[in-house]
Design a protein around this ligand. Structure first.
Ligand code: 5AD
Ligand code: SF4
Length: 444
């Protein structure tokens, strides 16, 4: 009988991709994805560990799931609970100890083994089946084909892990060392996604532009070369990639933005802070001027390039003056959007052990100031598009009646009348209005 699988995803786009892949792995066992947790036969929570209280959130979610599982048992249903993702990786034993009703704990590098792990569940045991090993094998060799089409805009994981060891970040510990998937396996998945109707691919990696992998002919390619090869796929109309590190922004990759027509003029290039002193303490391996140089080169070859970034305020030792440097950097770059966070000490990371932590109140104040500036830049960026005609990829029906929603080349959400084109089409629309987080448009 068909069984229902509900996956709740937290965190980054990589987790969204991994959740879809877990559904693919479980499809041969008769599980089909469901939006509804209540009548599911198995619930997976795919967790994120990047910022504070991640573990506590997971445990309170697990508390709710315990009641659900008990309720189902009283109705004679044997349901399963799995915890996946970076909290599973970091706190596997602790999860099994504190939440013995969890059946499986699986790290991001082991989820291709989910079918075996599920078979290993012993209903009489109070211990979860735990697999948080880093792979002895390439999990991508074991992942089945996509079970369901991914829609017009699909994610494709090409690189995982990180060797950069920014002093605030848990990723090198939870996702492991940098690993680049071989080009042949990426190209095969990309062709399959396009064959199944995706017209835009977003290549994913914690350090995507550090990708360096084996080419189909056994030689080595760098990331710019991989993009060029992907752009040859018939029917692939848009290419994006995220997240990039400034240190790996090679000249060749910058020039690729001028040369590859499918490469969208939008780049997420986190800088985290604007003061050299803090960049150094963060172990970012680049200066503020290095970052400006990259932005200038990008805008030289691609004048309409829009930038997005990540910022951390209140890193240990950050002074008012350091923070002013961050605001000044933002002012100078001009962002189309950005994510910003209060520094959050992560267990085991060097910055968490410093004794010059910044006061929470100061962090909140700085975050509010920074977000005000970013929001103003984002609104100005959106407003500057009013009256323009641009290509929009139609992605889905909008939440509002009689509307559809899509994306501009610059990642802006665009809303327009539902009578416009079909899902998956790229249509030419005139922008009629701009808002903080979206644009309104009409047929030309
Ligand atoms: N505290 C706050 N923000 C963090 N990030 C990563 N680690 C931390 C931390 N300890 C942010 C960075 C990164 C984004 C994914 O999350 O800005 O680019
Ligand atoms: Fe974390 Fe830095 Fe690696 Fe990004 S580059 S994943 S912030 S350690």
């Amino acid at each position: 009988m068909a069984k229902k699988l509900h996956i709740k995803t937290y965190g980054c786009q990589m987790n969204v991709y991994d959740s879809d892949r877990m559904a693919d792995v479980l499809a041969p066992l008769g599980y089909s994805a469901s939006d509804n947790a209540t009548d599911a036969d198995m619930v997976i929570i795919n967790t994120c560990h990047i910022r504070e209280k991640a573990a506590e959130k997971v445990f309170s979610e697990l508390g709710r799931l315990r009641k659900w599982k008990e309720g189902q048992r009283l109705q004679g249903r044997d349901v399963k609970i799995a915890v996946a993702g970076c909290v599973a990786q970091a706190e596997g034993q602790e999860i099994s100890r504190r939440a013995p009703w969890v059946d499986v704990v699986v790290g991001p590098q082991a989820y291709h083994r989910l079918p075996e792990l599920i078979t290993d569940i012993d209903p009489a045991s109070r211990n979860a089946v735990i697999d948080t090993d880093f792979p002895v094998e390439d999990k991508f060799d074991f992942l089945p084909e996509e079970h369901t089409p991914r829609g017009p805009a699909a994610f494709l994981s090409v690189q995982e892990g990180c060797d950069k060891f920014c002093t605030f970040c848990v990723v090198p510990y939870t996702r492991g060392a940098e690993f680049s998937r071989p080009a042949a396996s990426i190209l095969t998945e990309a062709r399959r996604l396009v064959d199944n109707g995706s017209v835009e691919l977003s290549l994913l990696g914690q350090n995507v532009n550090a990708w360096a992998g084996e080419a189909p002919d056994g030689r080595d390619w760098d990331f710019a070369r991989l993009l060029r090869e992907l752009a040859e796929i018939d029917g692939l109309k848009r290419l994006r990639y995220t997240t990039s590190h400034p240190k790996d922004m090679t000249l060749d990759l910058i020039h690729a933005h001028a040369e590859i027509p499918q490469l969208m003029p939008y780049l997420h290039l986190p800088v985290q802070a604007g003061s050299d002193r803090i960049l150094d303490a963060m172990n970012r391996h680049h200066s503020r001027d290095d970052y400006f140089r990259i932005i200038d080169q990008l805008r030289d070859v691609c004048p309409d390039m829009a930038l997005s970034g990540d910022f951390i305020v209140g890193f240990p030792g950050e002074t008012d003056r350091d923070f002013a440097d961050t605001l000044n950097l933002i002012d100078r770059v001009g962002y189309a959007s950005a994510y910003s966070f209060k520094y959050s000490p992560r267990p085991g990371t060097p910055a968490s052990m410093r004794d010059d932590q910044v006061d929470e109140g100061v962090k909140s104040e700085r975050l509010a100031g920074l977000q005000q500036l970013i929001n103003a830049q984002q609104l100005a960026f959106n407003k500057a598009k009013v009256g323009d005609v641009m290509d929009v990829l139609i992605e889905r029906p909008a939440n509002k009646d009689n509307q559809k929603a899509g994306r501009s080349p610059w990642m802006q959400a665009v809303h327009f009348p539902a009578t416009t084109g079909e899902i998956g089409d790229i249509v030419s629309l005139r922008i009629t209005d701009a808002h903080q987080n979206s644009l309104s448009a009409e047929m030309v």
